[in-house]
Design a protein. Structure first.
Length: 192
């Protein structure tokens, strides 16, 4: 069965037992938001004890505080009433395995999927590629703990973020499933 059919079948099964979920309120019931990575090994509903309607979960590559992530957090607060935010990066993140230069060069060579080996990513595709990848800041990660600190600081200093929202910084351990506080990030995110 193709992935498309698997997804559609799963949706049919889900819809059959949807019950009263259609009446969930628009604002998140537990009034918080999580900014985290899109990595398939992370399941915020599991690691944060969420059920549908509980919280906003904003995901992108690396869980970075990009302009778009901050846009979502501001909407979450301003229009939907969240009162606390979490920035949760994780160990063994794919964003640690390349730099802006590496991905720019890979994309310039071809648009096909690269392969990760012991020496980093290798492009096995045949062109054409595009030089446009060299003009994007990919928000790669040198140090996962420092990236949490930087993202919490960026959010805290943003002029559209109210000082009264606490922002917590954590690292999710993909080997144990545990959230590990990054104290410097949580200190930087303290509500004022």
């Amino acid at each position: 069965m193709a992935v498309l059919e698997e997804v559609l079948q799963a949706n049919r099964n889900y819809a059959e037992s949807f019950g009263t979920k259609g009446s969930l309120a628009l604002p998140p019931a537990r009034q918080f938001a999580i900014l985290t990575c899109m990595d398939a090994r992370l399941d915020p509903a599991q690691y944060a004890g969420l059920k549908e309607g509980d919280a906003h979960v904003i995901r992108n590559a690396g869980g970075r505080a990009s302009d778009d992530a901050i846009r979502s957090l501001v909407i979450s607060y301003k229009l939907l009433g969240t009162k606390e935010w979490f920035v949760i990066h994780h160990t063994d993140c794919g964003m640690e395995f390349f730099t802006n230069s590496v991905i720019g060069n890979l994309l310039a060579n071809s648009l096909e999927t690269a392969v990760l080996g012991p020496d980093g990513f290798t492009d096995v595709g045949q062109g054409p590629g595009s030089e446009e990848g060299k003009y994007i800041h990919w928000l790669t990660i040198d140090d996962p703990i420092q990236s949490v600190v930087e993202d919490v600081q960026r959010i805290r200093k943003h002029p559209l973020v109210p000082a009264n929202i606490p922002i917590y910084g954590y690292l999710y351990d993909v080997r144990s499933g545990r959230l590990i506080e990054v104290p410097e990030a949580t200190t930087a995110g303290t509500a004022r």
